[in-house]
Design a protein around this ligand. Sequence first.
Ligand SMILES: Nc1ncnc2c1ncn2[C@@H]1O[C@H](COP(=O)(O)OP(=O)(O)OP(=O)(O)O)[C@@H](O)[C@H]1O
Ligand SMILES: [Mg+2]
Length: 477
Amino acid sequence: MIKKRLFIKILVTYLCIIISTLTMLGILLSFLLNNFFIYNKQMEMLVKANDINKLVQPFLVKKRDPGELIRLLNSADRNLGTEIWVIDPNGFVIAAAADQKAHEGNLVGADDILEMQQGKVSIRKGKSQLYDETVLWVITPVQENNRVIGGIIMYSPIIGITQTMTKVKNLFIYSAVVSILFSAVVVYFFSRYLTGPLQEMNRVAKQLASGNLAERVSVKQGDEIGDLGMAFNHMASEIQKNEKVRRDFLADVSHELRSPLTSIQGFVEAMIDGKDKTPEQRQKYLGIIHDESLRLARLVNELLDLSKIESGTVEIAREPVDMTEIVQDVITKAKAVVNDKKIKLYRENPGRSVMVMGNRDRLGQVMTNLLANACRFAPSGSEIGVIISENAADVKVTVRDEGEGIPEAELPYIWERFYKVDKARSRGQGGTGLGLAIVKHIIQSLGGRVFASSSNTSRTEIGFILPKAAIPPGYPE
Ligand SMILES: Nc1ncnc2c1ncn2[C@@H]1O[C@H](COP(=O)(O)OP(=O)(O)OP(=O)(O)O)[C@@H](O)[C@H]1O
Ligand SMILES: [Mg+2]
């Protein structure tokens, strides 16, 4: 259906252009031709009238009949269809070229001879009933010593003007018909060229809407339609990808929620069945239930937090903050936790305030996450370092540990939600797999980027780079 409608629309546009152009051209051309013919004829008649005038003048002066002369001249010009009359000063025809009986002795129109009597040449134009043509007549006075002694009237239809105009008109009609036919063919192919891809996109869009996300269009044009096809396919891929992310996410969430829930359920059932015989056992069961419910709560909170940062519903305010201060705070808190693992925490920094554009609370959260990971994977007695370095534009914070590291192939994925390198290992240690995803989103929304590297010789470096901020005036360096 689109095809027909588009075809008709384009065709109508073409027709309007062709017809209006040809009509305008036709009007202009016929006007110009008409003027050209008339002007030429006038010039020709004036020259001839002048010549005849000179020949006739001696006859009139000597009062002889110029009839023979006129008839002679006129017969030579027969093909031009010019009539020549010689008149006396009062307008009576003295001599007529062709049909002398019919004209001689007649009086010509008074308005025609008025100017002649004053010694002026006049040219007139009118429509002849005889020929159905435009006719011109030239009246020239014949003079002797500045006295009008007679006149010559030349009367001529502008032969061929009507015929030529008809020819021109026909030519225009033919060319209009030909170009209309031609454009109909062109428009037909053009509209097919346009509508083919459109119809296909239409079909594929319906397929996508009905859930068939693998459908793509095959549009190969190298123009805007091709671009549209590519954009369309890109959109379809994005929809497909989002759909996959959504499904995976749902699966991950349910999976993560299931294990603590199963655990809680199991211990509660055991208690209902009276399996907690001693108060110690009871205490142990309740402790596990408590831990699992805390873990559930943490999972849900982190999920909420992540979705808020991701969707941008929480605005993370940015202001210049001192990175060394934040790192120091987090290290102090972490020390209390890692004491029993005998891990040594150290810090390297430029020895002065390093300001970044960030948010104190959120950067604290980031550092806590990174340090918690490092502490979790670092063996007892090893060292964990936080290194702050800077260049002209950025500040780089790296958390380095000497744990078992992350396999090269897994590195790009650690930033994804729920991703854990070794599922069994992390679960036992209570990880949700959301920590680094939250870190990445916080850093990105602060205009920075994250990085991770790990060598098999067990040195893992995970950190971020943030744009530097100027140190506010009066701030201790
Ligand atoms: N320093 C590290 N050394 C080795 N592996 C790490 C390190 N940091 C992160 N990982 C790996 O990356 C995974 C993802 O880390 P992430 O912080 O996102 O989740 P988590 O620590 O398991 O859970 P959560 O942070 O929510 O408690 C971890 O499960 C772990 O396998
Ligand atoms: Mg973590």
